[in-house]
Design a protein around this ligand. Structure first.
Ligand code: FES
Length: 470
């Protein structure tokens, strides 16, 4: 295996270097988009996602049934190939989308899929939820991103071996064992908040029970059939996940603050897009993680002119990755040619507000549709005025308490909650309290009045708001 050119661990010198260079938790480029169009693209549907999930589960069960009846014949080989791909490969984008909380409109439905899909992939739910938060904060920043799959130079041999999870899945199992023994890895302890460390230990223990149970079933039945159906597909079905996932960032730049340089959008056929849940629109996903998978093609259309040319096919993406692998083999700093449109400033500005007697005039009621919001200047920070899907008006502090720099007006209104545009953390609009991690601290709230069809907001926050813990 090829040795990486840099230290990709989260605990080595590159981590400190990234912080010193201003690459940690930094502001990232975001393509301009009409806020009304973005609000439309934020719409989530329990029904449509439910149909997609049920269809996937039917395929898993169908392929598993085929494999079961084909046991002992040559037909078992293609049957297990299909079953493994649907189990160990297609589970990945479902896990991912539900981890963001954007697949279903109803939060608990996302969790209902997230936890079993985590086990199918042998990913500890809390560990991976937080490593993915870090991945979105510091995408392909060396020493910070916990999910860099391709250190430079790209190791083609390691990639090939891991098509069947030969080293990657045992590494996951070893980590589960360590965590079950109450020994958290240093990087995990770094990105998972300390109050969740006990949960990590217990989740790892429950996974161990599951794995040992499958092995025990093999002993009892004196065969490997149980392993072929559970846990085993995480290995032999990993190839589909690797096939799609490789296209996301492989061969692209490190240490940049613009996803157009380090992430790849690839045009794929409808079958691939179903299996991969539209994650081929990967630049779009990273720039706007609040947009659900169903709407990524439409988002692509809305910001297309501000993106680099997408790879026209999966094959073309692999050709580009191969070029990078060959170039980096001799020179790890080798970069692909990529034309990225000039950046357009899209910084969200709070509207200049007029204050009279401690009240700020915002706009006419008719100018703020349900699901819309706008930012205004408060006495010392922006305030975001939101109209919940029910039509109720609310006003909360405009900066996310997780990073303390992200403007919430760029996020999404989901029912009566406000979702942050960076990591999908959520706040209840009624009282500013956090309702979804990674946020743990509430937002200050502001009084709202409707006066002669105008929305007015008090310029100072309500007393005692903004401190409710998750
Ligand atoms: S910045 Fe992370 S949830 Fe808002």
């Amino acid at each position: 295996m090829t040795a990486p050119a840099r230290d990709y661990s989260l605990t080595g010198p590159e981590s400190q270097r990234a912080i010193e260079r201003g690459l940690a938790d930094a502001d990232w480029y975001r393509s301009p988009i009409d806020p009304a169009r973005l609000a439309e693209l934020h719409q989530r549907s329990d029904l449509r996602t439910g149909i997609d999930v049920v269809l996937w589960l039917m395929l898993v069960v169908g392929a598993g049934s085929w494999a079961w009846v084909a046991l002992g014949s040559w037909w078992a080989i293609p049957a297990f190939v299909v079953y493994g791909a649907l189990y160990g490969g297609a589970a990945d984008p479902r896990w991912h989308e539900c981890g963001h909380g954007t697949a279903f409109r109803t939060s608990w439905l996302n969790e209902l899929v997230y936890f079993p899909a985590s086990f199918m992939l042998l990913r500890e739910p809390t560990v991976w939820r937080w490593s993915h938060v870090r991945h979105h904060s510091d995408t392909i920043v060396v020493g910070r991103d916990a999910e860099i799959v391709f250190p430079r130079p790209i190791d083609v041999r390691a990639w090939t071996v891991n098509l069947f999870g030969v080293t990657s899945v045992p590494a996951l199992v070893r980590r589960i064992v360590r965590h079950a023994c109450d020994r958290l890895d240093a990087d995990v302890a770094g990105y998972v908040p300390s109050e969740l460390h006990r949960r990590v230990v217990w989740e790892a223990r429950s996974y161990l029970v599951g794995i040992v149970g499958v092995l025990a079933a093999c002993v009892v039945t004196a065969g490997l059939v149980p392993l072929l159906f559970v846990v085993g597909p995480t290995f032999y079905g990993a190839w589909l996940m690797a096939f799609f996932g490789t296209t996301q960032h492989a061969g692209l730049r490190e240490d940049v603050l613009d996803h157009r340089w380090n992430t790849r959008t690839v045009y794929m056929n409808p079958v691939f897009r179903f299996l991969y849940l539209n994650m081929n629109y990967h630049i779009e996903h990273h720039m706007f993680p609040t947009v659900p998978y169903r709407n990524l093609p439409a988002l692509h259309g809305a910001i297309r002119d501000d993106l680099p040319e997408p790879s026209p096919s999966t094959w073309a993406a692999y050709r580009e990755i191969w070029t990078a692998a060959r170039g980096q083999a001799t020179e790890p700093t080798f970069e692909l040619d990529r034309v990225v449109p000039e950046s357009v400033s899209s910084t969200t500005r709070a509207a200049t507000s007029v204050e009279h007697g401690g009240w700020i005039d915002v706009c006419a009621v008719a100018d703020l549709a349900p699901g819309a919001m706008r930012s205004i200047d408060g006495s010392d920070s922006p305030i975001v005025v939101c109209r919940a899907s029910s039509g109720e008006m609310h006003a909360v502090a405009g900066i996310c308490t997780h990073s303390r720099r992200v403007q919430l007006v760029d996020g999404a209104i989901v029912g009566d909650e406000l979702e942050c545009p960076k990591h999908n953390g959520r706040f209840r609009l009624a009282d500013g309290s956090p309702s979804r991690q990674p946020v743990t601290e509430g937002l200050a709230t502001y009084e709202v009045q409707i006066d002669a069809d105008r929305i007015r907001v008090r310029s100072v926050p309500n007393q005692a708001s903004g401190s409710t813990p998750a």
